[in-house]
Design a protein around this ligand. Structure first.
Ligand SMILES: NC(=O)c1ccc[n+]([C@@H]2O[C@H](COP(=O)([O-])OP(=O)(O)OC[C@H]3O[C@@H](n4cnc5c(N)ncnc54)[C@H](OP(=O)(O)O)[C@@H]3O)[C@@H](O)[C@H]2O)c1
Length: 262
């Protein structure tokens, strides 16, 4: 069956590397026209040029911080103007700092709210009215499997991201009549720069090697391995496609079976 994504227009946030980049690449492979953003302009433009070259689709990119709501609104408007439409928005950001509760400060809590909750709200505010106009849309928020099963030492992520579930469910109900489907997509341990960075941090604190920390995380999933960004991206593409037209308001974990609930 055809995914029906050719020539659709998508914003993919925080997409110069990691999961955001993998989603952008998988959408490009389906013929989607892309607008990308991240903070480091050189790396972002290099990703955009590479995707445009490899997949022959238009890829436009603007450097911004997703915690700057005005910049997010302007970026989404500019993307819709460039392509004459906005069909898909994948809202993503870096992750909050890893720490146990006793080591967190109020300032870190406020920053985590800005990064992992308010940034999604800003993308929703900007993107959903544009999708309403065409009575078609897909709005995906990238969070973490921690929304179902809290991860040790990650209290900021465990707490703030849980609010995104309420947001996804509420938006799905409110925008369902507009044929806009909304989901929360939760990665498990997936081999990106951030995961390596977290593993290095834990290795330093616990005197283990980075490889040993990664092997331990891999062993916690039912599949006994880490995920690859392209596996996460495949789920995102499916949810954006016509094939997923009767699914909305879901929290989909791409975690190799790490979440053990029923
Ligand atoms: N990988 C995993 O195993 C895993 C598991 C659970 C949850 N997650 C979550 O999934 C999300 C993506 O993770 P990842 O592994 O892909 O991370 P990553 O490899 O560190 O990539 C992060 C991407 O986001 C951009 N970015 C970071 N902060 C930004 C900001 N404030 N504004 C704009 N762009 C920003 C980065 O570019 P710049 O630095 O240039 O801005 C980069 O393109 C994170 O929220 C992470 O916590 C990941």
């Amino acid at each position: 069956m055809e995914p029906g994504l050719k020539s659709r227009a998508a914003v993919v946030a925080a997409s110069s590397t990691g999961l955001g980049r993998a989603v952008a690449e998988a959408l490009a492979a389906e013929g989607v026209h892309l607008a990308l953003c991240a903070r480091d302009n050189a790396r972002l433009q290099s990703t955009a040029a590479e995707l445009a070259r490899n997949y022959g689709v238009p890829v436009w990119a603007r450097a911004l911080d997703v915690t700057d709501s005005a910049a997010v609104a302007d970026f989404v408007q500019a993307a819709a103007k460039k392509y004459g439409r906005l069909d898909i928005c994948v809202s993503n950001a870096g992750g909050p700092a890893a720490a146990p509760f006793a080591q967190t400060t109020l300032s870190q809590w406020r920053s985590a709210c800005e990064l992992s909750l308010i940034s999604h709200v800003a993308f929703a505010q900007a993107a959903l009215p544009l999708m309403q106009k065409r009575h078609w849309g897909r709005f995906l928020m990238i969070t973490s499997m921690s929304v179902k099963q809290p991860i040790e030492n990650m209290v900021l992520s465990n707490t703030v991201r849980a609010a995104v579930l309420g947001l996804a469910r509420s938006l799905a109900n409110e925008y369902g009549p507009d044929n806009i489907l909304v989901h929360n997509l939760g990665p498990g341990y997936t081999l990106t720069d951030r995961l390596r960075q977290l593993a290095r941090g834990r290795a330093v604190a616990g005197a283990e090697s980075e490889a040993a920390v990664l092997a331990d995380w891999a062993s916690r999933s039912a599949l006994r391995r880490l995920g690859e960004p392209r596996e996460f991206a495949a789920a995102a593409v499916f949810l954006c496609s016509e094939l997923a037209s009767y699914i909305t308001g879901q929290t989909i974990l791409v975690d190799g079976g790490m979440y053990r609930g029923i």
